[in-house]
Design a binder for this molecule. Structure first.
Ligand code: GTP
Ligand code: MG
Length: 381
């Protein structure tokens, strides 16, 4: 058990509401478990309708796991007017029923909101603009970087989960042409599985991205482990295969700690690590960019790396289409994606050669292109 704030303590064990209330009376403070704390933070930060619904649903499910006899939160929330006990129903059964009804109602509403969002996303997919999503552990500096890149005013604060709802903006000044970029909610360690599921929708921007900007706190000693946590959650939400560009953020803090080093023994590695730079892989493609989102050092390098990664990647592959897919054929032709074509009894046989981003833009409305992108190995020019 430990104190979180002056008047809140966090317990590692899951308590029943009755135990929780007794402990609260005893200690004179608020008592909360870890999942409850994460949910509380999500609840405070949720801004969109969808985010709020997701949080409430997750909270109710969390409560349901702790539901015991004598628990009466729901009746009180409903002002006592509803929640009449059915004939022969125990208090516990009544609680379960009310909870179940609310969960069902919220699930329905959430489905509706998510359908609308899917439609908006498909509309966006029709633009031929590549999509980038900022992902990373909470407090890594995603929102700060988002603001710096888009010169906008998204809320960034030194708090856990400053962002719940993804925010999307355009960046205009890349070598590859404009791109859209989405900020997302921060990842945490040991996120209860129910919560991962509940927040999947919130991370939809990450799942649909052409490139993930994985933001890390380069000054955090625990960085490697946190990166692994993020990668694991990404795999769980189906974004494990999306190409990543690492952003090693907060290099200004490395510089500060290097300067603090023992007098006369300047830490050379720290000085090197604190230099804004692009790190490249064996093929010369940008793999990581070291920068500081708050001072702006290295921001230009990130723009350059983004331009290279988004513009440079081409997909070359064979594609067979039935003659009935005339519309898709015409669109592929219009964007210059067809290198060679012939027609036989089965339909068109196409040799596709195009930037991955161009094909991705068509993928939203064409299953054959989606399949092609999933199987085609990326090649670099
Ligand atoms: N020194 C330093 N601080 C930074 C840098 N980038 C961000 N920060 C600070 O780190 C804290 C967290 O930044 P945010 O941008 O809110 O982090 P986030 O990743 O969006 O966090 P969540 O939305 O909670 O996931 C803020 O206090 C920022 O001012 C940086 O390059 N250097
Ligand atoms: Mg944020």
């Amino acid at each position: 058990m430990r104190a979180v704030e002056a008047d809140v303590v966090l317990v590692d064990h899951q308590l029943s509401p009755v135990q929780e209330r007794n402990l609260e009376k005893l200690l004179g403070v608020r008592v909360i478990d870890r999942a409850g704390l994460i949910l509380d933070i999500f609840a405070q930060r949720a801004r969109s309708h969808e985010g709020k619904l997701e949080v409430e649903l997750a909270q109710l499910k969390h409560l349901a796991t702790r539901l015991v006899r004598g628990w009466t939160h729901l009746e009180r929330q409903r002002g006592g007017a509803i929640g009449l006990r059915g004939p022969g129903e125990t208090q516990l059964e009544t609680d379960r029923r009310l909870l179940g009804e609310r969960v069902k109602m919220l699930t329905k509403r959430l489905e509706k909101v998510q359908t609308q969002r899917g439609q908006q996303r498909r509309a966006r997919l029709r633009n031929t603009v590549p999509r980038v999503a900022l992902v990373g552990y909470t407090n890594a500096g995603k929102s700060t970087l988002f603001n710096a890149l888009t010169a906008g005013g998204v809320y960034a604060a030194d708090q856990l989960f400053a962002t719940l709802d993804p925010t999307v903006r355009r960046i205009e000044d890349l070598a590859c042409g404009p791109a859209v970029i989405a900020d997302t909610v921060g990842f945490v360690r040991d996120l209860p599985h129910d919560l991962v599921a509940a927040f999947r929708g919130t991370l939809a921007e990450a799942r649909d991205a052409d490139l993930l900007l994985h933001v890390c706190d380069a000054a955090d000693e625990d960085g490697q482990a946190l990166r692994a946590v993020v990668d694991r959650v990404l795999a769980e939400i189906g974004a494990g295969d999306i190409p990543q560009l690492l952003v090693m953020n907060k290099i200004d803090l490395i510089a500060a700690s290097a300067a603090d080093a023992v007098v006369g023994a300047v830490d050379e590695t720290a000085v090197e690590r604190a230099r804004p730079r692009i790190e490249r892989d064996a093929e010369g493609r940008p793999r990581a960019v070291w920068l500081s989102a708050s001072t702006g050092a290295g921001l230009e390098l990130l723009r350059q790396a983004l331009g290279e990664r988004l513009g440079g990647e081409r997909v070359r592959s064979e594609l067979q289409l039935p003659l009935s897919a005339g519309r898709l054929h015409a669109r592929l032709k219009a964007v210059g994606a067809i290198a060679e074509e012939r027609v036989d009894a089965q339909g068109w046989r196409l040799s596709i050669d195009a930037p991955r981003t161009v094909l991705h833009a068509l993928a939203g409305e064409a299953a054959p292109i989606r399949a092609l992108l999933e199987t085609a190995l990326p090649e670099t020019d």
